[in-house]
Structures are given as structure tokens and as C-alpha cells.
Write a new protein. Structure first.
Length: 321
């Protein structure tokens, strides 16, 4: 499996300024849509406002993460601060799911008895929303090439623009034909779309927080690449996990052939080189075991619950590297 690990290099201050402008634009739009939705009686506007609010929250998370991620690791956070973004994303998606179900309920109630809706207010604010979504997409376009999270925001804003177009069309139908049922129908459509996004993307943060292996790396290819190195007999107790967005780690026990035990440092360098060049894994913790003294029946992944391992020191027959 090939991987493209190139990143767009955006000046930190310039990137922060772009995200900050996008945050303020979405915040003002959210407030305007909520007020407009209440005054006009349009639930579709409020639904679109909540969707834009979720995007603003995502932008705030990305902005905070850019700031916090620059802090070096310390004694309390030895892995650094990058994972705060994952935690916040999980909270954001969970909130989106609750909002989506609530909007479907409210939309269903209004389908039964559609209220009066001020169509012009809906059209005007829908047009403003379309302009803000386009602005945010332009601000984050060049940044999305180097960040999965910014790329998600970019794609969200493109899809938000489509939702705003739907709101504008709904307002126009209300003005021209007094089709009041269109407003709750669009609300339900936006809510279904919100749920689709949330359920589709919440798996990523959950997988990362559960220390799941990165989805874009073939575990078996990694295992076989290490096994193929000269002097390596086998590996077991392998842990492939994602420390943060652009950092994958491997912890594993490496069984070294007895005749190759005196080449331990050479084997270690070869393993680390293969991991970095083929899989972009730059952080690895390797524990070495000599083949004649290796754990027997050890599982390839994870640790056996009923197996008590015997730890030995690097000065002894086995060593940790």
C-alpha cells in the first residue's frame, strides 16, 4: 500500500488567522440564522444554524489544537497534547447526533401542522449562509492538503453550501406557492445529513482513543516486512496505534535468530529503517528476545491475558532496545 505523506507548509500565523476569520464568520452566521429562524418561524434555518454551529465548533477545535499541539511534551503529558483534538471531536460528533434526532422529531411535528414561515427571511439568510460557507472553504482550501481535520472542515463547508442552496429553494417555494410543508421537510433532510456525517465520522475518533491500528496501514504488511529482515525469526505482542493525526507507533517483541544475536544493533537499525521508509512509522519501541529463550505460544497482536511474561535486562541473555 502506497502512502502520500506530503504536507502543505502554511505559515502558522497565517494559518491561525485564516481559521480565526472562518470561526468568526460562522459564529455570526449561526447567531443570525437562529434569530432569523425564530422571527420567521423557519425550523430549516435553525437546523442549518445548528449545522453551522457544529462547523464553528470544529473550527474552534482545530484552532485550539494548532495552538496546543505546539506545546512540547512534559512530565504530565509525555506524549504531548495532540489528542485533545480527538477528545473534542468525539464530543462534537456526539452532540451532533443528539441534535440530529431532535431536529427530526421537531420536523415531524411541523409536517403535521406546518406553521407560517416568512419566506424572504429564509431566502436572504440562506444566501448569507451560502456566502459564508464559500468563504470558509476558500480560507481552508490550501490548508486542507496537510491536515485531515482541516480537510474534513473543507468538505463539510462544501456540503454546507448545498444545504444552504436547499434552504434558499425552500424559501422561494414558500414565497411563490405557500408550500409551508417544504420548511420542515428540508429540516428533516438536513437532520438526516447531519446524522449521516456524525455516524460516518465518529468512528475515527473512537478508533484512535481505543488505540486502534491506523486504518490506512496494512498490519500484516508491517508484520511481514519486519519478519523479512535478515536475522529476525519472528515477532509477537505487536501493537500498532496512532499517537496523533500524523504519528503512528509500533511496539513489539522481536525474536532474533540465535546466530544473529551479536548483530542486535544492526537488526534494530534495519527494522526502524523499513518501518520509516515503507510505512512512515517513525516511533517504534522494540523488545528483543533470543530465539532459544523466546516466549512460546505468544500471540501476534496484544498480550495474552493468562501468560505471565518473564522480563530480562539488556545485560542478560535478552535485551530491550
Amino acid at each position: 500500500m502506497s502512502h502520500d505523506h506530503g504536507h502543505a507548509h502554511i505559515d502558522p500565523k497565517s494559518g491561525d488567522r485564516r481559521v480565526s476569520i472562518a470561526i468568526w464568520a460562522n459564529a455570526l452566521l449561526t447567531v443570525a440564522q437562529i434569530i432569523g429562524g425564530i422571527l420567521s418561524g423557519s425550523l430549516a434555518l435553525i437546523a442549518d444554524a445548528l449545522h453551522n454551529f457544529s462547523d464553528m465548533a470544529s473550527l474552534v477545535i482545530a484552532f485550539a489544537a494548532r495552538k496546543i499541539a505546539r506545546r512540547p511534551a512534559d512530565e504530565t503529558m509525555t506524549f504531548g497534547y495532540g489528542r485533545i483534538e480527538i477528545v473534542a471531536a468525539l464530543i462534537n460528533y456526539t452532540t451532533l447526533i443528539l441534535v440530529g434526532f431532535y431536529l427530526i422529531y421537531e420536523g415531524g411535528m411541523r409536517m403535521i401542522d406546518p406553521p407560517e414561515v416568512a419566506g424572504w427571511t429564509v431566502v436572504i439568510l440562506g444566501g448569507v449562509a451560502l456566502a459564508v460557507d464559500t468563504l470558509t472553504a476558500l480560507l481552508t482550501y490550501s490548508m486542507q492538503k496537510g491536515s485531515v481535520n482541516i480537510r474534513a472542515l473543507f468538505l463539510h463547508n462544501l456540503s454546507d453550501a448545498l444545504a444552504s442552496v436547499a434552504v434558499i429553494i425552500g424559501g422561494a417555494l414558500i414565497i411563490l406557492y405557500d408550500m409551508r410543508w417544504v420548511d420542515p421537510a428540508i429540516t428533516i433532510g438536513i437532520a438526516v445529513y447531519i446524522l449521516y456525517l456524525a455516524f460516518t465520522e465518529i468512528g475515527g475518533p473512537i478508533r484512535t482513543l481505543m488505540l486502534g491500528s491506523p486504518p490506512d496501514i496494512d498490519n500484516h504488511a508491517v508484520v511481514n516486512a519486519v519478519r523479512d529482515i535478515d536475522g529476525v525469526a519472528d515477532i509477537h505482542h505487536a501493537h500498532l496505534w496512532q499517537m496523533e493525526e500524523h504519528a503512528t507507533a509500533l511496539d513489539t517483541h522481536v525474536v532474533v535468530e540465535e546466530k544473529a544475536w551479536d548483530r542486535l544493533e544492526e537488526i534494530k537499525r534495519a527494522i526502524k529503517q523499513v518501518l520509516e521508509e515503507k510505512f512512515d512509522i517513525t516511533h517504534s519501541t522494540l523488545e528483543f528476545e533470543r530465539e532459544d529463550q523466546a516466549h512460546q505460544g505468544a500471540s501476534l497482536y496484544g498480550h495474552d491475558a493468562n501468560q505471565k511474561e518473564e522480563e530480562t535486562d539488556v545485560q542478560g541473555d535478552n535485551g530491550k532496545r
